[in-house]
Design a protein around this ligand. Structure first.
Ligand SMILES: *[C@@H]1O[C@H](CO)[C@@H](O)[C@H](O)[C@H]1NC(C)=O
Ligand SMILES: *[C@@H]1O[C@H](CO)[C@@H](O)[C@H](O)[C@H]1NC(C)=O
Ligand SMILES: *[C@@H]1O[C@H](CO)[C@@H](O)[C@H](O)[C@H]1NC(C)=O
Ligand SMILES: *[C@@H]1O[C@H](CO)[C@@H](O)[C@H](O)[C@H]1NC(C)=O
Length: 491
């Protein structure tokens, strides 16, 4: 008995003197956050009504169209994907016969082909796709009814046919991001639409609601153009920076931390509507584009502006770069430069590295391990991949409890490495007509497993017309509860 007591005292007195076990390791943040998706960075699916008043709102930048000649009944295509003549000789439409719209105004458009040239008319009146920047000869008017196109170019007979150039047009894919919205409304109407949205979509009461319901942070997606507010490059509109200022003030008032998340980088790191960009192409990280340097400057701007705010918990350098398009080394050197930019202004804010979509987290762990206060962000959705097709509610829940839990543990247990963060997840899945109870259990399983992430988690998203994607709706309707009333009586 006496020796047991001696050992206890030994540890009790010695451990505070051990310099490694104290002071240098900050307490885990245990973030329970919600994303403010679709607020300062437009995502059409989150609030489709934003696009309602755009003239010809089915013909926005990035819309993919296929054109079938009414007179010959064949589809237009570009020979070899680009740099060549336009042909009207294909019987069926496929992706190589798809043109991507650049919108000039509600009736004038340019057509980009697979290899990124624009359809135009050359000096001998042939339709070709050779210009890398569109000019007058690459600008077409789309008129008549929604289902027919008149392509009135500079020249005559431009489609290799003397008949009237009438085409049946089918749109097969669309983008509804901030570029599409602001360019769709145009410079006269866009400012009022955007400012009203920023003023009304998220308001001070929302921060009170978050605090009342057990959240302790927000992750706020922004686009790169916010750094040149109040005069961002066209078609973007100024004013979102003031809204971000408000968010910091309201968050502080209601005890919430803020994660700034650069969701859309110049040139776009993923081509998705939430990744910015005009037409879905990925030009971030392309050598010579200067986009990486520009992105570091955006991070530096945002950190400098908010470093003195006591509730700035973290800066996320870039969201969901795609592994197919952004290579590991480019991203790693950006992460080093972005990290340095943050550290020039704050030694306490965490720096969050997003893993690459469809990529492996592994390489970033050893890289981040050499840096102070870093976090690895990984997103978990039981969606998008065909492997989830036809799964039952229970299969989805088991997957969270097993595979997700194991993967998260393997990232989280990296000794001295970055903290782990499930920066996006949602209680939505591919299960058709799931019951309320099944949704509740799915949400609980995720809260339980993602609660083991050492930095924490963030639900995607706070507000959404699609109820299960709205944490506000899920909490209000009793699907998700973060406030554990059962613990209150215990003392
Ligand atoms: C669209 O126009 C209607 C009618 O003028 C207006 O009530 C609504 O707020 C407008 N929506 C947007 C997103 O501007
Ligand atoms: C226009 O394009 C056609 C088809 O590629 C080509 O034969 C012709 O030489 C071009 N004309 C000029 C002036 O470039
Ligand atoms: C187009 O052709 C018509 C007759 O075929 C001619 O009257 C007209 O001037 C031509 N326009 C141009 C721009 O070449
Ligand atoms: C889902 O519910 C709707 C409406 O009750 C019904 O029409 C549909 O057949 C259901 N689908 C499945 C797969 O059960």
């Amino acid at each position: 008995m006496g020796s047991m007591r001696a050992i206890v005292f030994f540890f009790f007195f010695i451990s505070p003197l051990n310099p490694i076990s104290t002071a240098t390791v900050p307490p885990l943040p245990r973030i329970k956050a919600v994303n403010l998706g679709g607020w300062l960075l437009t995502e059409g699916w989150i609030k489709p009504s934003l696009f309602n008043n755009i003239t010809n709102n089915d013909l926005l930048d990035g819309t993919q169209v296929q054109l079938k000649s009414a007179s010959v009944g064949k589809y237009l295509s570009v020979k070899n994907g680009g740099g060549e003549v336009i042909l009207a000789n294909r019987d069926s439409a496929s992706s190589s016969k798809t043109f991507i719209l650049w919108r000039v105004d509600s009736t004038h458009f340019q057509f980009r082909v697979f290899l990124k040239q624009f359809v135009g008319v050359n000096a001998s009146s042939s339709a070709v796709a050779v210009a890398t920047m569109p000019g007058l000869s690459e600008t077409f008017e789309i008129a008549k009814s929604e289902n027919s196109v008149t392509a009135d170019s500079d020249g005559n007979g431009s489609w290799g046919n003397d008949d009237p150039s009438v085409f049946l047009m089918k749109t097969i894919g669309t983008m509804r991001g901030e570029y599409q919205l602001t360019n769709g409304y145009g410079p006269i109407k866009a400012p009022a639409v955007m400012r009203k949205h920023w003023r009304t979509f998220i308001v001070e009461e929302d921060f009170m609601f978050m605090n009342d319901n057990g959240l302790n942070a927000v992750r706020i997606p922004v686009g790169w153009w916010i750094a040149s507010d109040p005069t961002p490059p066209a078609p973007y509109v100024g004013g979102s920076l003031a809204a971000l200022d408000n968010a910091f003030t309201w968050a502080e008032k209601y005890g919430l931390k803020v994660i700034i998340d650069l969701h859309a980088a110049p040139g776009s790191q993923n081509g998705d509507e939430h990744g910015g960009g005009r037409d879905g192409s990925v030009e971030w990280g392309v050598a010579g584009s200067g986009n990486v340097e520009k992105t570091v400057a955006v991070i530096e701007f945002l950190t400098r502006r908010y470093a003195a705010r006591p509730n700035l918990i973290a800066v996320e350098l870039i969201n969901q770069p795609k592994a197919e398009m952004v290579d590991f080394d480019t991203l790693k050197s950006y992460y080093q430069a972005g990290y340095d930019a943050v550290r020039r202004h704050t030694s306490t804010a965490y720096v969050i590295f997003s893993t690459r979509l469809h990529g492996d987290a592994g390489g970033f762990i050893s890289f981040a391990s050499g840096l102070d206060r870093t976090v690895l962000d990984i997103h978990y959705y039981n969606l998008y991949l065909s492997k989830f097709d036809g799964w039952t509610a229970q299969q989805n829940i088991d997957y969270v409890n097993n595979q997700r839990a194991n993967e998260l543990a393997s990232i989280t247990n990296s000794n001295g490495g970055p903290l782990s963060f499930v920066g996006e997840w949602v209680a939505e899945w591919k299960v058709v007509n799931a019951s309320e109870e099944e949704y509740r259990r799915f949400g609980e399983a995720q809260l339980n497993v993602f609660g083991r992430a050492s930095f924490g988690w963030a639900y995607w998203t706070y507000k959404n017309v699609d109820n299960h994607w709205s944490l506000k709706w899920m909490i209000t309707n009793g699907y998700i509860s973060l406030v554990k009333t059962s613990n209150i009586a215990v003392c």
